[in-house]
Design a protein around this ligand. Structure first.
Ligand code: ZN
Length: 292
């Protein structure tokens, strides 16, 4: 099952268009996407028994963040060996974890204002939590996932790497720095939820390509580890890490510029485009400009 946030309403995505959840269910389910995420199992049961539902056209311009109001957004660093290697780190023994503050989360088709001249891309598989998980076991970790979606962990490398210790959470949380979409796909609808190809193209040129089966810490372990600390709540997002090919580790380095178009793809889910425009706000002061 595919659930999308279309013009602020929860919809099912069918072959021939979208089906408004509230109208098609006669009000059994509401229009709010956050509620739909928490009720994804009931929606799935209802949908499997429902008569064929008439679809209306999907307007890609109207798609919004699959989880519009996450209370917590977790992000994992160095979860692919080739990326840890290009970044000059040893392979981690535990998953490095930071947050993208929730105000940065947007949908597909976002236009992002660049901040400074060192904004970088990171394609990632993003998990959308569907029910509360606390101290979940690896065995039933996936049962807490309503769906997966594609995401970009956009990163201002100067802000991220400035100062005596890295500021991952701040450097990755400017407005629009967490585009997600185009919708969420329930795990049962994926051919192999542990092995999905992901990648991104910059102005049509491939920059990153990998498979989620290459993650050092797979989904069950991530959920088990995170949920021993924080209860995971419906609508929460987990950015699961990026493979190699980011701009600041290329030679020569390449950062996002006004006019660039970034295409993000996740197998079994789909793709979306992010456009970049020049900043109109003053750049945050930096001491060194950052060499990394
Ligand atoms: Zn990342």
């Amino acid at each position: 099952m595919r659930l999308a946030n279309h013009a602020g309403r929860a919809v099912l995505v069918a072959q021939d268009g979208i089906i408004d959840l509230e109208r098609a269910s006669g009000g059994r389910f509401g229009s709010d996407m956050s509620d739909a995420i928490a009720e994804w199992r009931q929606i799935q049961e209802w949908e499997q028994k429902a008569n064929p539902l008439p679809a209306q056209p999907l307007d890609p311009e109207l798609l919004q963040a699959p989880s519009p109001r996450p209370r917590q957004v977790f992000a994992i660093g160095l979860n692919y060996a080739d990326h840890a290697d290009e970044a000059g780190y040893e392979l981690p023994q535990t998953p490095p974890t930071f947050t993208k503050f929730p105000t940065c989360i947007t949908g597909p088709g976002t236009e992002v204002r660049l901040v400074g001249d060192r904004v970088d891309w990171e394609i990632e598989m993003v998990l959308v939590i569907g029910c509360r998980a606390f101290a979940a076991s690896e065995h039933d970790a996936w049962s807490h996932v309503a769906g997966v979606t594609a995401g970009q962990d956009l990163s201002a490398r100067d802000v991220q790497l400035e100062g005596p210790s890295p500021q991952f959470s701040l450097g990755k949380s400017f407005p629009g720095f967490g585009p997600t979409g185009p919708w969420l796909v329930t795990p049962d609808d994926l051919e192999d939820r542990e092995d999905l190809e992901l990648g991104c193209l910059l102005n049509g040129e491939p920059m990153q390509q990998a498979r989620t089966s290459q993650m050092l810490f797979a989904v069950p372990e991530l959920i088990a580890r995170l949920s021993t600390v924080c209860p995971l709540l419906p609508g929460d997002l987990i950015f699961t890490g990026t493979p190699s090919g980011v701009g600041n580790r290329r030679s020569p380095q390449r950062f996002l510029r006004p006019g660039d178009v970034l295409n993000s793809q996740l197998e079994g889910v789909g793709s979306f485009e992010t456009r970049f425009v020049a900043s109109t706000i003053p750049q945050a002061p930096t001491k060194k400009g950052g060499q990394q």
